[in-house]
Design a protein around this ligand. Structure first.
Ligand SMILES: [Zn+2]
Length: 67
């Protein structure tokens, strides 16, 4: 039973900018991100996250949203 969810939440992938491996799948709320950008004037992405392949923290860019 797949219910279609409407709303600003999106599933996205996070990709290591150094080795290009696909490390994280996350959900984010577009509206919240936009608000945050407006209030704090900072962007959430790319994120600094730990990469298992590089074995260190690298910046992770948003890969295309997954289905
Ligand atoms: Zn990496």
């Amino acid at each position: 039973m797949a219910k279609k969810k409407k709303g600003p939440r999106q599933v996205i992938g996070l990709k290591c900018s150094e080795c290009k491996s696909f490390n994280y799948v996350t959900e984010y709320n577009k509206v919240n991100e936009q608000l945050k950008e407006q209030v704090k004037n900072e962007k959430t992405f790319p994120l600094n996250k730990y990469c298992n392949v590089c074995r260190k923290h690298t910046s992770h860019a948003v890969a295309k949203k997954l289905k």
